[in-house]
Ligand binder design. Structure first.
Ligand code: OAD
Length: 231
């Protein structure tokens, strides 16, 4: 079976990472256009760095760990011969820490930095500032940015995502509000024969596009769903 899973901030909520939307969401306390766009980085790179430095520091705290939903996905992938692609919109490393192998981080990874001149991507856990030198070229400063996709930028590896969706037998969307495109439109790329399952606390604007909707917390519902699938 060809399985494609799409995850959003909801899968990491129970690990202590705030989601974006909703009453205490990240975008309630910050203006997207000031911290998460290419023009924000041009106008005020220090503010953008501060925003992502705070996020990165938070993710590095030892209590931020994969929860039962991340672990169940990794376990399923390891124990079955299905073709398994895990697409995540999340920039946290929790799928990787859980042991998932075939992870496609379509909005990038906060634990990586990218050179704005060469596009080179390197693992990165420290704060970034406008004075941070490139480790390979210490005389070059201020050329590194978080390796995350900002609003107005194209998510990564869209061609691969489209191909996988078009060939999927099972598509599972977990903890995503389905308002940010192109991620929200992936379900519509899957063939008519594909079983489409949405796992979320709430209904989303895309709920009607799914053949099954499961309402509840990811840490409970994802392991339950994957267990049923194995039988
Ligand atoms: P959102 O914050 O928009 O949505 C989180 C979703 O998770 C909501 O639909 C919640 O109902 C659901 N949810 C919350 N807790 C849950 C739980 N314990 N179990 C199951 N579901 C739960 O996050 P995303 O959909 O990931 O992009 O947001 C998409 C993109 O918008 C992000 O990748 C980010 C953001 O702006 C960029 O920064 C480019």
């Amino acid at each position: 079976m060809k399985i494609v899973v799409l995850t959003g901030a909801g899968i990491s909520a129970e690990s202590g990472i705030p989601t974006f939307r909703g009453s205490d969401g990240l975008w309630e306390g910050h203006r997207v256009e000031e911290v998460a766009t290419p023009s924000a980085f041009q106008k005020n790179p220090e503010l953008v760095h501060q925003f992502y430095n705070a996020r990165r520091r938070h993710l590095l705290q030892k209590e931020i760990r994969p929860n039962a939903a991340h672990l169940a996905l990794a376990e399923y992938e390891a124990e079955h011969d299905d073709e398994f692609l895990l697409i995540t919109q999340n920039i946290d490393p929790l799928h990787l820490l859980a042991g998932s192998k075939n992870v496609l981080a379509m909005h990038g990874q906060l634990m990586e930095a990218r050179c704005i001149e060469t596009g080179k991507v390197i693992p990165w856990k420290q704060d970034l500032t406008i004075h941070t030198p490139d480790p390979d070229l210490p005389t070059r400063i201020g050329r590194l940015r978080p390796n995350v996709v900002w609003f107005g930028e194209m998510p990564l590896r869209m061609h691969e995502i489209q191909q996988a969706a078009q060939n999927a037998d099972l598509f599972v969307a977990i903890g995503t509000s389905a308002v940010v495109y192109p991620a929200a439109g992936i379900v519509e790329e899957t063939p008519a024969t594909c079983q489409r399952v949405e796992i979320n606390l709430e209904e989303t604007p895309q709920s009607d596009a799914f053949t099954q909707t499961i309402r509840g917390p990811a840490s409970i519902e994802v392991p339950k769903f994957l267990n049923r699938l194995q039988r």
